[in-house]
Design a protein around this ligand. Structure first.
Ligand code: PAF
Length: 282
């Protein structure tokens, strides 16, 4: 396995692979790899000749008061996990190489970036779309793998790839959960044991919402959120950003659920912001 730091070197290698007719699978990450990331890597390994994992804590997607500086960076451990999973290249550029002096080009996916997390994290999805566009240009993947935990991010990347005619297939990968149901996330590392225990109520709440949807042909969203809220509200010290029943294509809120719906929540437990969702069909 190779580690590449230089964007230029990454791109020359990717172009050489392309000339040689090799298919490349990209798993974009910010490191602090867990089983969720590794499930994406395994899928990429099974479907492509070459697998690249990018590890880059992208400053452009963090707000000024967010956790950019304290975001975990266990690089040596991440590299070992990648090596064991059969990754060919870990691409880990520096912030100054990705955003050189004078950088002034941004990718914004307008409508999909507004609801849900977009309403609470201004500029976040602009940072995500921009860095992912850069990674696509540098790695030239045939396929790129995204977890459904970050459902809005995944939709935004799909839209961007389609709108900008990027020759890459976005592969949706299921959420992985711990035995208590907590969606795996690098930020779970911030949780104290009792916070982690409390966080398990998030998936219970979303399951309760799903039950309501599944037991009605048509149901007002307020009834769905009420079921979830009755569980979430018991989490000690919890602060809710949103609990939404949304159209899974537009991510806009639904008043009435009649078919597919995305039930999504973002909340704070202590200093940790957690997100989770369930894609439901009634
Ligand atoms: O999901 C993440 O880890 C990041 O948002 C991504 C896609 C690697 C872009 O920095």
């Amino acid at each position: 396995m190779k580690t590449i730091r230089s964007p230029r070197q990454m791109q020359s290698l990717a172009l050489a692979w392309r000339r040689a007719g090799k298919t490349v699978g990209l798993v974009p990450t910010m490191g602090a790899l867990h089983e969720g990331h590794l499930s994406l890597v395994r899928r990429a390994r099974a479907e492509n000749e070459i697998v690249v994992v990018s590890i880059f804590v992208n400053p452009a997607q963090f707000g000024p008061k967010e956790d950019y500086l304290r975001y975990p960076r266990p690089f040596a451990k991440d590299k070992r996990l990648c090596e064991r999973a059969g990754v060919n290249v870990v691409f880990s550029p520096s912030p100054s190489a990705m955003y050189a002096e004078g950088h002034d080009t941004w990718v914004t996916v307008e409508k999909l970036s507004r609801p849900l997390c977009g309403a609470f994290r201004p500029g976040h999805f602009r940072g995500v779309a921009t860095v992912v566009a850069k990674l696509f240009n540098l790695v030239q993947p045939a396929r790129a793998y995204f977890g459904m935990k970050d459902f809005q991010q995944m939709c935004i990347i799909e839209r961007m790839a389609e709108d900008l005619h990027m020759p890459v297939k976005i592969v949706r990968c299921p959420i992985l959960r711990d035995p208590g149901g907590l969606a795996l996330s690098s930020r779970n590392a911030y949780l104290a044991p009792q916070e982690r225990q409390a966080a398990r109520n998030i998936s219970l709440a979303l399951r309760a919402a799903e039950e309501v949807i599944k037991s009605h042909a048509r149901v007002p969203s307020a009834k769905v959120t009420a079921a979830a809220w009755s569980i979430l509200r018991k989490i000690p010290g919890m602060r809710l950003d949103y609990l939404s029943v949304a159209d899974p294509a537009t991510l806009e809120p639904l008043a009435l659920v009649r078919g597919r719906a995305l039930v999504a929540a973002a909340l704070w437990i202590g200093n940790t912001r957690l997100i989770d969702n369930r894609l439901v069909r009634n």
